[in-house]
Design a protein around this ligand. Structure first.
Ligand code: PGA
Length: 262
């Protein structure tokens, strides 16, 4: 295992489905029902779905008696007030969310979310009792120029500077190289391990022993056919899955790849 369990939280493997802006009430129902029926509770591995915010109520009803957790895809950096269209961490907790994705590259690119905005959202999420899954990754151009690790260390540093240290075991990183998201071109397990190990070293340098407990997920074209390669890597503590999380059997198989006994 690439981490040690910390006292206060469940820091096992984590398999998260990011539905992005997909689904309808009608299409979500069988997907949620199949996940609820197909996933058995495991102290070592947690399965999580992040549907669009409009469907969090539906997910809550469908999953509350199951072993599957749910989360949101974004959170406001503000707690409450005159912020039209935003969703606060407390509201997401109210809807039973355990997790929230923060700083996904689609939001950074399309909506101009900066490292500072991402850090403020992560801080609000952790302060509000959510587990914040902070996404980071390099572009193809940055990788080609040999700058991948420099870019990632910088993205990490900005977030770490903003985080309340008391909630650090609720901080999760998702390494998502931009060239691998939705492209079918997944990073090899070797590349993932190399990057995760560099991120782990940066975490330990910044946080000491607590840095070993921060989970680092890989994301980018993860499928049932490649999940086991990632699961075998020392510093890959789980995966963030986009497209393949929209099919129950495929997503359950990815989850199973991260169970200790198969
Ligand atoms: P993908 O998306 O699995 O469809 O590549 C991953 C993500 O964007 O989180």
């Amino acid at each position: 295992m690439g981490y040690i369990a910390l006292g206060s939280g469940m820091n096992g493997k984590l398999v998260i489905g990011n539905w992005k802006m997909n689904g309808t009430l009608a299409s979500n129902a069988p997907l949620l029902a199949a996940l609820a029926a197909g996933w058995r509770s495991s102290p070592q591995t947690e399965l999580v779905v992040c549907p669009p915010a409009a469907y969090l109520g539906q997910a809550r009803l469908a999953l509350q008696a199951s072993a599957v957790s749910w989360g949101a895809q974004d959170v406001s950096d503000q707690a409450a007030g005159a912020f039209t269209g935003e969703l606060g961490a407390a509201m997401l907790r109210d809807m039973g969310c355990r997790y929230v994705l923060v700083g996904h590259s689609e939001r950074r690119t399309r909506l101009g979310e900066t490292d500072q905005m991402v850090a403020a959202k992560a801080r609000a999420a952790l302060s509000g009792g959510l587990r914040a899954v902070v996404c980071m990754g390099e572009t193809e151009k940055q990788r080609a120029a040999g700058q991948a690790l420099t870019v990632l260390r910088h993205q990490l540093q900005v977030v770490l500077a903003a985080l309340p240290r008391t909630a650090i075991d609720h901080f999760v990183i998702a390494y998502e190289p931009l060239w691998a998201i939705g492209t079918g071109a997944h990073a090899s397990a070797d590349i993932a391990q190399q990057v995760h190990s560099a991120l782990r070293a940066a975490l330990v340098e910044a946080l000491g022993a607590a840095g070993t407990g921060v989970r680092i997920l890989y994301g980018g074209s993860v499928k049932a056919s490649n999940a086991a390669e990632y699961a075998a890597q020392r510093d890959v503590d789980g995966v963030l899955v986009g497209g393949a999380s929209l099919q129950a059997a495929e997503f359950l198989e990815i989850g199973a790849a991260f169970l200790p006994i198969r």
